[in-house]
Design a protein around this ligand. Structure first.
Ligand code: ADE
Length: 246
């Protein structure tokens, strides 16, 4: 999967992209990445990427021409059939809220162009002509789309085949089908006793069916307590319902 990131702060991405899972995915050739400075596509002498809003008001608005030129450049970077299908995503608090379902949908794309906007906004004509989708990472306001682009990149990368040690682990994540769209069960590792608290006996039993049952019950209880709204869409089998009713 190829990502182009369009930003006025390219340095913001240096360290995060060179760490952990994203770095490994790049090294393994599962992900290719290019960060582009929108300023390089500005047409005027001062390399202006934003200007005052028509009609007056607070803040600055990102100019359409540098954004459009940067998108055209990014589209042309990938050859071999992928470039035609590139999707342009604008990170914006006005977009569709990112959740695990949207992440799974976007992770199936071959080429995403992530446009980091300023929170005051981008010129509407750029949005109308170039943006396929607006994505928000939550109902709060960041100073710009850069942290949101990183969140999206991280979230999509771990869903790509071969990135996690075990591909089944993404399916069992919190919010994923393996957790019935709810929260994940509690996890324990060594030591068996930590500050007088013991690991639940069943997890030491080696009885895989009993462990799976215990985890399901724990996950559902936790979800009911913390995020009851997630259980509305859960689809339990009759056997699971009997277990949960115990
Ligand atoms: N830019 C500013 N706030 C944002 C948010 N919540 N999500 C995505 N992009 C943003």
């Amino acid at each position: 999967m190829h990502f182009d990131i369009l930003t006025i702060f390219p340095d913001f991405f240096d360290s995060p992209l060179a760490q952990g899972m994203i770095r490994r995915a790049v090294q393994d050739g599962i992900v290719t990445l290019a960060v582009h400075n929108i300023r390089d596509f500005a047409e005027d002498r001062h390399a202006m990427t934003d200007d005052r809003p028509f009609g007056g008001g607070e803040g600055m608005v990102m100019k359409p021409e540098p954004l459009a030129a940067a998108v055209r450049h990014a589209r042309g970077q990938v050859t071999g059939g992928g470039s035609e299908a590139a999707k342009v995503l604008l990170l914006s608090p006005q977009g569709q809220s990112l959740n695990q379902e949207l992440a799974a949908e976007l992770a199936a794309e071959r080429h995403l162009i992530l446009v980091c906007g300023r929170y005051e906004g981008v010129d509407e004509r750029f949005r109308a002509s170039y943006v396929d989708r607006e994505v928000s990472i939550g109902d709060y306001i960041l100073t710009g789309g850069e942290p949101a682009a990183l969140v999206l990149l991280d979230c999509l990368t771990r869903l790509l085949p071969g990135v996690l040690g075990c591909d089944a682990s993404a399916a069992n994540d919190t919010f994923s089908p393996g957790s019935r769209g709810g929260l994940k069960y509690p996890q324990y590792t060594r030591p068996r006793v930590f500050e007088d608290r013991e690991v639940p006996e069943v997890l030491l039993s080696g009885d895989h069916a009993a462990i799976a049952d215990w985890r399901l019950v724990q996950a559902v209880r936790r979800t009911a307590r913390r995020r009851p709204e997630l259980l509305k869409a859960a689809d339990f089998t009759p056997a699971e319902l009997r277990l949960l009713a115990k």
